[in-house]
Design a protein. Structure first.
Length: 298
């Protein structure tokens, strides 16, 4: 990629918002690849996921953050700590809001969290495909009065409406600076972390409403050669009854999770994958410091 280094801009941009507002969907669209898992279940994202976009005129490092919420467990406290640090340490904040949802206390809590920050902020009104145009102006008016935003931009992260021009808007607020990553790098996540997240995504999707948020995936062994990637992983739950749900009748649910995860992993790694999953019970793991550290959440 040829770059005009005289006008090269670079910087870090945090994507923040309430659960299910579309943060990960936006990141994946901007990067052009799936670097952050996406499900319909709130709080799918548990840690910071970096996505890198490099253009001739600049490089933007996006930080996909956990959904803003009031924490209950130690895990949730760590998630919110990551959100606060991302907002404080990045050059620009993108607040993404589900424009199709009713404004409520969660939105007020989010705006209060952003209010004292001196970083420049852009508001993205997402899911505008679900909002009648006549209802969009009152939403813009409410947020323009409630927050100090440089711009308010209606988008649809799923279809990409107004997203392509967003990169140019972001670069306007970044300073000239160096390249932080090579041209062809789209994320800095370790392969083990990506594998764990891909397995967890299939776990969430295939257990749907049967499982609460008390599941985690840990990679026990990660081996590779020229032809085959071998991945051994443990799925952690908090109760024996949850273990039964994940395994399913005659092991069918676990087999389905493994099959779908293996297909996703093979697509990502570009090679055959051998995947072995085990389900383990660890009570109250969401408040266990050692467990959270092993998951990169502490």
């Amino acid at each position: 990629m040829k770059r005009d280094t005289s006008v090269m801009k670079s910087g870090f941009v945090s994507i923040v918002g309430r659960p299910n507002s579309g943060k990960s969907t936006l990141l994946n669209y901007l990067v052009g690849e799936k670097v952050s898992i996406v499900t319909k279940k709130p709080q799918t994202t548990r840690r910071i996921v970096r996505g890198i976009v490099t253009r001739p005129d600049g490089q933007i490092i996006f930080l996909d953050t956990p959904g803003i919420h009031k924490p209950i467990h130690r895990m949730n406290q760590s998630m919110m700590k990551a959100v606060r640090e991302a907002m404080a340490d990045t050059d620009l904040i993108l607040l993404i809001v589900d424009a199709s949802a009713e404004f409520g206390r969660g939105d007020e809590f989010t705006l209060e969290l952003l209010k004292p920050l001196t970083r420049k902020k852009i508001l993205l009104l997402n899911k505008i495909d679900l909002v009648e145009k006549k209802n969009l102006l009152p939403i813009i008016d409410r947020y323009s009065k409630a927050g100090n935003f440089e711009e308010i931009i209606p988008i649809c992260a799923l279809s990409g409406e107004n997203v392509d021009s967003l990169l140019s808007e972001i670069l306007k607020y970044l300073a000239e600076g160096p390249m932080f990553y090579p041209d062809d790098q789209i994320s800095d996540q370790p392969e083990r972390a990506i594998a764990a997240e891909m397995i967890r995504e299939k776990l969430i999707v295939l257990t749907e409403e049967e499982m609460p948020y008390s599941t985690a995936v840990v990679i026990d062994r990660f081996e590779e050669d020229d032809k085959l990637q071998r991945i051994f992983a443990s799925i952690f739950v908090e109760r024996d009854s949850q273990k039964g749900i994940v395994i399913g009748k005659a092991g069918q649910k676990l087999k389905q999770i493994g099959t779908e995860a293996r297909k996703a992993l093979e697509s990502f790694f570009g090679r055959k994958v051998f995947l072995e999953l085990h389900v383990k019970v660890k009570k109250h793991w969401r408040d266990d410091e050692e467990m959270l550290r092993s998951l990169g959440l502490e």
